[in-house]
Design a protein around this ligand. Structure first.
Ligand code: GDP
Length: 296
């Protein structure tokens, strides 16, 4: 499970601290040195770690800790608060338009989990009594269209696809017309990915964005790729603008660096976490629960 290594390291550090009773500044500094190492080993962005430790140190050598009867508890609370803040503070939801359909565009590199996530998101919305329409916008891989159609069948939800000739912008426009005429209140557009970011991909995504004006552009990134995921998020956000990130494969043994860095580096909140291959395995991302998971 994600954060396992980090959680072990931090829990050991705090166990030592708890054994101390009253804390000196040196005790706090030593603990912070260990926290810093643990975060770097978890592949958290270097600058993010630096800022994070700075903030904690400032609070931890202040009065609220030094004069407390349970200083170690106070330090842990501060780390918990700051970890929560680092991951976005509060839960970030997707915008639901007051004039349906709400259009959600999923973007990301090939293999990140975009198509699977489209299905997961559709299921989650269906459970909230929404009427999602899945849209096959990846025209370059016939297998991707098929994959989405299979998901649609499993979920008993319609999939809008045009199998030959149409470009992704036309497909998206027609899909929204279809949603209007068939009373679908959520449109989830699965777009094409590439192995790497390139100009052609960005141009295509920008054209779709400019034409259909989605309410949400969600970037799907693979947590297993660590800082690469953060770099991908930064580029997509600069080039296209991203409203939120969906971090997939958090059920694997990702070290957690992406989860802890992406908001601080890009400003984009993580909105959902993919926790497995099954369609039910999508969770809303709660920064406070993630922080508690790390601190045990
Ligand atoms: P796409 O190319 O971005 O559309 O990626 P796919 O949706 O085809 O997913 C690529 C692979 O990642 C598939 O084998 C999925 O089952 C797997 N996958 C997607 N999300 C998750 C997740 O949250 N956890 C795990 N373990 N696997 C996932």
């Amino acid at each position: 499970m994600v954060f396992e290594g980090l959680a072990d390291r931090l829990q050991q550090t705090f166990k030592k601290l708890r054994g101390r009773g009253k804390l000196s500044e040196a005790d706090v500094s030593e603990a912070m040195r260990e926290v810093r190492m643990a975060l770097l080993e978890a592949d958290v962005n270097f600058k993010v770690v630096k800022d994070f430790i700075g903030k904690i140190k400032e609070r931890a050598v202040g009065q609220e800790v030094m004069q407390s009867l349970t200083p170690a508890q106070q330090v842990i609370k501060i780390v918990n608060d700051e970890l929560t803040e680092l991951m976005g503070g509060t839960q970030s939801r997707i915008t639901i338009s007051s004039r349906p359909p709400t259009v959600v565009m999923l973007v990301g590199l090939q293999g990140a989990g975009k198509t699977t996530t489209a299905g997961k998101l559709a299921l989650s919305l269906k459970k909230q009594n929404k009427r999602p329409l899945l849209v096959a916008g990846d025209i370059y891989r016939p297998a991707a269209i098929k994959q989405l159609q299979v998901l649609g069948e499993q979920l008993d939800l319609p999939v809008f696809a045009i199998e030959s000739g149409a470009n992704p912008v036309t497909i998206a426009e027609r899909a929204i017309e279809y949603a209007h005429s068939h009373a679908r209140d959520m449109v989830i557009i699965d777009t094409a990915g590439r192995l790497h970011i390139n100009e052609e991909l960005m141009q295509e995504l920008k054209s779709i964005k400019n034409t259909v004006k989605p309410h949400e552009i969600l970037l799907v990134v693979d947590a297993m790729t660590g800082q690469d995921a953060v770099n991908v998020a930064e580029t997509f956000n600069n080039e296209l603008g991203v409203d939120g990130v969906i971090l997939t494969k958090l059920d694997g043994d990702a070290r957690g660096g992406a989860a802890l860095s992406v908001k601080a580096v890009t400003g984009c909140p993580i909105k959902f976490a993919g926790m497995g291959e099954k369609l039910e395995a999508l969770e809303s991302f709660h920064p406070d629960r993630m922080a508690s998971r790390i601190l045990g």
